[in-house]
Design a binder for this molecule. Structure first.
Ligand code: FMN
Length: 239
């Protein structure tokens, strides 16, 4: 065993200095944080949509520029090609945004297929661009039964898979059918306060990280891979 970092195997000095630690100190973009909200139900009076709309109002009050994607008409994954207008709409919104809110109902102890289908239509990479990498994410769920975290736990895994910065706080509204009034507005409650907490935290993390997204997501192993691919291409051209 060695205690000297310079003696560690496989650490190629040429790849290491590429990180720009000043990125965190640089002033970020000035525009309003761009937040995309996705929900996972097509029911006419959907409580996950109502929670999404409530979050949307709060985000706007906090100064965000927001869009809500309506999943109605989105084909099942691979049941249409990617030029389908709803797929294009979703992908453009994902590229536009700097942070997201995902709010799924819990069905059979899991997120809904409607929620998952939207995520499955978002590619991990589009050419050289990774449309979700380094963007912030807040996860929320509603359920008909007692308190549960199955859907938010699953969406956290998805957030990691999509290389997103999933914020620590989250919302889970139990017995959601009891939480809305006849105008489809959320009644005052600890659940409502928790949603305010979550969107506030999302705003803070988005403002903190959006200007440093490249820095935060820069990986040593991928710098090595890119360097190897580049040198293989150069060698091939030289033959
Ligand atoms: C097929 C089905 C399965 C469900 N499974 C669960 C469940 O596992 N846990 C739970 O708390 N509620 C469950 N529910 C209740 C839903 O979470 C609840 O109705 C919720 O409001 C649905 O979201 P929406 O209003 O956005 O459509 C289930 C409902 C349906 C129709």
């Amino acid at each position: 065993m060695t205690n000297n970092i310079n003696d560690l195997p496989n650490l190629d000095g040429e790849q290491l200095p590429a990180m720009d630690h000043d990125a965190l100190r640089a002033s970020g973009p000035e525009h309003a944080p761009r937040i995309l909200l996705l929900y996972g139900s097509l029911r006419q009076r959907s409580f996950s949509r109502l929670v999404t709309e409530e979050s949307n109002r709060l985000l706007q009050v906090l100064g965000a520029d927001t869009r809500i994607f309506n999943p109605s008409g989105l084909p099942l994954p691979d049941d249409a090609d990617e030029n389908h207008p709803k797929v294009q709409e979703l992908r453009e919104l994902v590229q536009w945004c700097e942070g997201m809110v995902w709010c799924s109902p819990e069905r059979h102890g899991a997120m809904t297929s409607v929620m998952k289908a939207q995520i499955d239509w978002i590619p991990l990479s589009m050419g050289a661009v990774r449309p979700t990498q380094g963007k912030t994410l807040a996860v929320m769920q509603v359920s008909g039964g007692s308190q549960s975290f199955n859907a938010v736990n699953q969406m956290r895994i998805l957030g990691r898979w999509m290389r997103m910065i999933t914020i620590p706080n989250q919302s889970s509204v139990a017995k959601a059918f009891m939480e809305f009034d006849d105008d489809n507005r959320m009644k005052p409650s600890p659940y409502y306060n928790r949603i305010v907490d979550v969107v506030e935290e999302l705003m803070k993390f988005t403002l903190l990280t959006r200007g440093a997204s490249d820095y935060l997501t820069n990986r040593y192993s991928e710098r090595i891979e890119n360097a190897e691919q580049l040198s293989a291409r150069v060698n091939q051209r030289a033959i």
